[in-house]
Design a protein around this ligand. Sequence first.
Ligand code: UN1
Length: 497
Amino acid sequence: MTASQDARALLTRLGVPETTFAPSGLPTRSPIDGSTGDAVRTADAATTQAALASATTAFDAWRRIPAPRRGELVRLLGEELRASKDDLAMLVTLEAGKIVSEGLGEVQEMIDICDFAVGLSRQLYGLTLPSERPGHHMRETWQPLGPVAVISAFNFPVAVWAWNAALALVCGDPVIWKPSEKTPQTAIATHAVMQRALARFGDAPEGLVQLLVGGREVGEALAADPRVALVSATGSTRMGKAVATTVAGRLGRSLLELGGNNAMIVTPSADMDMAVRAIAFSAVGTAGQRCTTLRRLLVHEDVAEALIERLAKAYANLPIGDPRQDGVLVGPLIDEDAAKGFDTALSQAVEQGGEIVVGGTRDGSYVRPAIVRMPTQSAVVQHETFAPILYVLTWKTFDEAVAMQNAVPQGLSSCVFTDSVRDAEAFLSAWGSDCGIANVNIGPSGAEIGGAFGGEKDTGGGRESGSDAWKSYMRRQTQTVNFSTALPLAQGVKFEV
Ligand code: UN1
């Protein structure tokens, strides 16, 4: 059996209807063995327009349903995800090439955000404000926003949809999902799971949750359409800039979670055993294809040699191979283009004065994770290559280390390994890390859903998932109510007629 045949069997088991498949559709593929599977039907321009129309109608009905009742739909989604966790996770493994534990972790992340959103459906707190006028009160209320388009990437093919969908649904917004062309099957399976939750819920409006499998033109149509109140896009900075420009052109709202170029600063006092383990997971996990992957290791010059030696040993023994196999830690890159990107970045690094310490070879799309010592943060280091390449640079003073951490265009995640309270707190201070995520003695990847997730600069500025990220999916309304019998004007203005 090829990996694609396994995926096909899982799709059937997950309840995906036969009508999903069409020979003229989008080809499917597994990076594990390069096998191709049945093509899946795609959305044409008319389907996209119909989806937008039905999402608009669904919005009018869904916003009238009380938020805690909307939360019930998300609670059911969480239940259905729990029931399908193993199958959906295996499909993530088959289609995105993640190791089994990370496939399971991704589905767990979906379940976690569902639980979070269910609680949120009884909160969505506003404010009461004192009015300067007698017999008046003011409040700030959060109202449903409108249809939300979710454009997601291959590397977290289902979790990112869930971060957005779980919040959008409790906030009162319909969701239209345009998944990556590289991972349509996991999206189709997730949609089938969602259908079961919708069926159990009973009275959700038609068009509340939709999936549009297709190419770039689908994303472009969603970004351009004024019926889409929020475009939440995850992917490359290049894609994000295109989406942002289109959405801004119609004064729409976008939520962008784009590239990262995440660093770890290692100080001389760091617990090196912990640092080595954290580096391995965050630089090599998901074959370096997380937006939170550790890409730059900034080490104090006194401890650099010893640390690099330990890392080189750990890297030399990395189990690389079929991600379904027990013990394998590194699966394939998503496709041949990604593998070529790995080669190109390495040769550029060498041209720019880099020295490859370990790894850098490949067998098809199975690459040996590389560690490269760089003299400076030259062009290749400034760029996010979606592959397991770790650039190592050294520093003398902590201020210099923080300046290096911040001297890249991206601003997603960052961390410091240190036992010094001074260094840790300086890193977390106003003049410390400029990223959306800053960790101490934890690698930059693998964030929990409870915190707001996203970053600054070329990362796009959006925040998804926990904390008050839900506010992006709602409309803020300031309300003033006069319960007196007079009509005083604010600022003492007199206007008698
Ligand atoms: C991504 O790579 O797009 O923090 C998201 C992490 C995961 C999410 C990554 N929870 O690494």
